[in-house]
Design a protein around this ligand. Structure first.
Ligand code: S3P
Length: 440
């Protein structure tokens, strides 16, 4: 693969619309597959991760017709799933693997979920342990104290549990709620900190009675899901974050991102950038019922200043941390990001990938250990210099470094950007469209 070279030739301006949110898309496929009848999804994002979830449910016998951004799912309830003929490949999608394991734990057959390169190295004990407490039979590859893919699951009759999550993780919460949906009795999850609530919202949309509040989510098992018929998936705010930062740090830039998700558990990145003095306006559209809120985001370029981010906020910006580190490097003054340890178990160790890369571009960035947690300290001086950096085969590192290169002086080359297809295959094309000079 040839390195991808960028430099700051002009500033972004214009209107951009984005494919549907990745997290919402996974849940839309899964719940439509569990519900009886037809559900039509629009603005569905076509990328490696969402296709991995479609693949799982097709292999379980669900009829899924997929044409560009439109998907039709004909579900038949938990009892409609059939034993897959072969192990199911989930590629590098952690959300597909963890949420599907929650569904399969109560299905009356044996199945194996096989992962690709980076996902093979991601810890799974966080789901296998609580699922076993519910009665699931799961075997995994044991390395040291943790467990890793592949996972082999022999479906069992499950019982609801009350479980306090040791790490704030929407994937783990969702896996347990999906298992609880087909379990006997009540499943209650207690979160140490709030995480994205798409599973709870979408369960409500499918008329499941679910209680949430005060960090506790509970649902009774064996409820019937009733499809809303049609679901529009709002634009992906984590993808939008790359363009928001790009425009926010370059004076004169002006962009509008339309129909993007404004779920309150996902927009912390906007309020933090506003705290950094970014000129961002949010225009909310009308929200109907329990559906996901969405709207337009207007960004104008200016000068940013450093801020301190509390560890309580980290789960709400977990996917935006790499691009926030770019913003902090291009801001003036000190930024401290407290409690970023979870970044080490994403598609790559994103503490390492971002610190190594941003240092090469001249950022004053340090990692510090404080009270058994890791913090990142960035002393921004308003600029970065072009350098030769690496994606570490991680989509969010790659896109963050392309944005860093588009804001830096000189040339930046990113070694391999093919990993972008995991979540945002048309990222480069959309970025080019925002530049008057389309010559990157
Ligand atoms: C996701 C939750 C987050 C996030 C991931 C998507 C989800 O992971 O990093 O990209 O859709 O539930 P964790 O729950 O492991 O933090």
């Amino acid at each position: 693969m040839k390195p991808f070279v960028v430099s700051r030739k002009s500033i972004p301006s214009g209107i951009v619309t984005l494919s549907g949110d990745k997290s919402i898309a996974h849940r839309a496929i899964i719940l439509s597959a569990i519900a009886a009848g037809k559900t039509e999804l629009s603005n569905f994002p076509v990328h490696q991760d969402s296709l991995a979830t479609i693949n799982v449910f097709r292999k379980l016998g669900v009829n899924i017709i997929h044409h560009n951004a439109k998907v039709q799912v004909c579900g038949n309830g938990f009892s409609g799933f059939c034993k897959p003929k072969q192990p199911i490949f989930v590629n590098n999608s952690g959300t597909t693997l963890r949420l599907s394991a929650g569904v399969l734990a109560s299905c009356d057959f044996e199945s194996t979920l096989v992962a690709a390169d980076s996902l093979k190295l991601r810890p799974m004990k966080r789901i296998t342990e609580p699922l076993r407490l519910m009665g699931a039979e799961i075997s995994a590859r044991q390395v040291g104290q943790d467990e890793y893919p592949p996972l082999t699951i022999i479906g069992k009759r499950l019982k609801g549990i009350t479980y306090t999550l040791p790490v704030a993780s929407a994937q783990v919460k969702s896996a347990l709620l999906l298992a609880g949906l087909n379990a006997d009795g009540l499943t209650q999850i207690i979160e140490p900190l709030p995480t994205r609530d798409h599973t709870e919202r979408m369960l409500k949309l499918f008329r499941v009675k679910i209680k949430s509040g005060d960090k506790k989510i509970s649902l009774a098992g064996k409820q019937k899901l009733i499809s809303p018929g049609k679901i529009f998936i709002p634009g992906d705010i984590s993808s939008a974050a790359f363009f928001i930062v790009w425009a926010a740090v370059l004076p004169g830039a002006r962009i509008r991102i339309e129909k993007v998700s404004l779920n309150p558990t996902r927009i912390k990145i906007i309020s933090l950038l506003q705290q950094m003095k970014a000129d961002i306006k949010v225009i909310k559209s009308v929200q109907i019922g329990d559906n996901e809120p969405m709207g337009d985001i207007l960004v104008k370029g200016g000068k940013l200043k450093g801020i301190e981010v509390a560890s309580e906020d980290i789960p709400l910006i977990v996917d935006e941390l790499p691009i926030l580190m770019v913003a902090a490097s291009l801001a003036y003054g000190k930024t401290i990001l407290h409690g970023v340890g979870e970044l080490r178990v994403k598609e790559t160790d994103r503490v390492n990938s971002m610190v190594e890369n941003l240092r090469k571009m001249g950022s004053d960035i340090q990692v510090e250990q404080s009270q058994a947690q890791e913090d990142i300290l960035i002393d921004g001086c308003g600029r970065l210099s072009g350098a030769s950096v690496k994606s570490y085969a991680d989509h969010r590192t790659a896109m963050s470094m392309i944005i860093a290169g588009l804001c830096a002086s000189g040339r930046t080359s990113v070694d391999d950007v093919s990993c972008i297809k995991k979540s945002f295959p048309d990222f480069i094309e959309k970025a080019k469209n925002l530049l008057a000079d389309t010559n990157f």
